[in-house]
Design a protein around this ligand. Structure first.
Ligand code: FAD
Length: 394
């Protein structure tokens, strides 16, 4: 079997690359270890940048999102027992969108498989990437029904298999550098079957630790609670979760949180990494296969989609018109944005976590930084630009 492109992984990045290729009438196979139902239900991200929505729209992939997503115009910090709204649309004219990742993935699978008649193979196992530094790379896998091993030869491999994937290990070890940053804290990630208390994203900066609220839908709300890095869900019975959320997100001028059953409760190991180079020979990584950013600034899926737009377009240009420029510049173009977002996540992490650091000096400077967002138009504009994301990186 031979196809021009094998895409490893059916997350937001891989599905977007596959959709762009199919729209250009380029054949590809998407390989995914999980089932269709599993990837369509996996709850994760929800906040999407304007520029990403536009990128999806330009590629015919935003119909579901535009029909159902909530358009956000402000976020809100809570500190000193009060709410401090940050009206970013008023400052920039730009928005954030809330559209849960499972809905986006469902739309992307449907468009790829059912509308654009793309080949997607769910439930495969033991995926291996071969010969990517030659002109005839290949990907092999075990078929879920027969257990038989299959090999697909191709011209290019798109490694979109996320943080736990295999394609990254096909980069030549002697030329690969993994830069990693550990935050030294934990975040308890929660999904509550309860309406959000505010339709804005809330950031609670509190001496007991950070707390966040991200609306997902009128019925479901994501919450985060800073916790000790070694904690497990067992350390956080529901009544402790709600007591801490109420305390850390308290604002005398806002209604209290609405409690509900907790559908998800897990501790995230808060770290970032960047793999360089993101490409070697005929292997191109995109999304979390190449870089992870802790959900501090809600950037992970946005970065994955920015990569996927560049990679899909570059592969289509190469395979349809013989134009190599996009692929040649791909890794550098992605990495400029990736490092910028990593820096912003670190900056924002200091704002979120400084008050609870136990160091009164750091707590003081953090609060000064936070207050500056509400007193200095220049500081507010800089924050809004990074929080909302730039459309282009020159
Ligand atoms: P993934 O979504 O991980 O997709 C990779 C796919 O590859 C998966 O389907 C996996 O099953 C498959 N796979 C793995 N190994 C193999 C293999 N060997 N062979 C074949 N397939 C394989 N981002 C935001 O932008 N905004 C947010 O608000 C936000 N909130 C988040 C909240 C939480 C709790 C978490 C955990 C993440 C959040 N993120 C957020 C990050 C976002 O979910 C990820 O950045 C995004 O899913 C990355 O997309 P991806 O396509 O690169 O990888």
């Amino acid at each position: 079997e031979h196809v021009p492109v094998v895409v490893v992984g059916a997350g937001p990045a891989g599905l977007t690359v596959g959709n762009i290729l199919r729209a250009a009438s380029v054949d590809c196979v998407v390989l995914e270890t999980e089932t269709r139902q599993f990837v369509e239900q996996r709850p994760r991200a929800g906040v999407i940048e304007d520029a990403v929505v536009r990128g999806l729209q330009e590629r015919g992939l935003a119909d579901g999102l535009l029909a159902a997503a909530q358009r956000q115009t402000a976020c809100e910090f809570r500190f000193d027992g009060r709410s401090h709204p940050f009206p970013y649309t008023e400052l920039t004219g730009r928005h954030h969108w809330v559209y849960p990742q499972p809905l986006l993935v469902t739309d992307l699978v449907r468009t790829y498989a059912d509308v654009r008649e793309g080949d997607i193979r769910f439930g495969v196992s033991d995926v291996q990437v071969h010969d990517t530094d030659t002109d005839r790379p290949a990907v092999s896998y075990r078929c879920p029904t027969t257990g038989e091993r299959r090999l697909i030869r191709c011209d290019f491999v798109a490694g979109c298999d996320g943080a736990r994937g295999v394609s990254r290990s096909a980069l030549p070890q002697e030329r690969t550098r993994i830069a990693r940053h550990d935050y030294g804290i934990g975040w308890l990630a929660l999904l509550a079957e309860a309406p959000p208390t505010s339709d804005r994203v809330l950031f609670g900066v509190h001496p007991d630790g950070f707390a966040g609220q991200m609306p997902r839908s009128p019925e479901v709300t994501r919450y985060y609670l800073q916790c000790a890095p070694g904690d497990g869900p067992g350390d956080w019975p529901d009544d402790r979760v709600w007591a801490e959320l109420h305390r850390r997100l308290a604002a005398a001028d806002a209604p209290p949180l609405v409690e509900g059953p907790l559908l998800e409760k897990r501790v995230l190991d808060m770290h970032d990494y960047v793999v360089e180079p993101m490409a070697s020979g005929r292997l191109f990584l995109a999304g979390e296969a190449a870089h992870l950013t802790a959900p501090i600034a809600a950037k992970g899926m946005n970065l994955a989609l920015h990569d996927a737009f560049l990679l899909g377009d570059a592969l289509a240009a190469r395979l349809v018109e013989g134009d190599d420029a996009g692929l040649d510049g791909y890794a550098d173009a992605c990495l400029r944005r990736v490092w910028d977002y990593q820096e912003f996540s670190q900056w924002l992490s200091d704002v979120y976590h400084g008050a609870a650091s136990g160091d009164p000096f750091r707590a003081g400077t953090t609060l000064a930084r936070l207050r500056r967002l509400f007193t200095s138009p220049a500081a507010a504009a800089a924050f809004a630009e990074q929080y909302l994301g730039l459309a282009e990186y020159a």
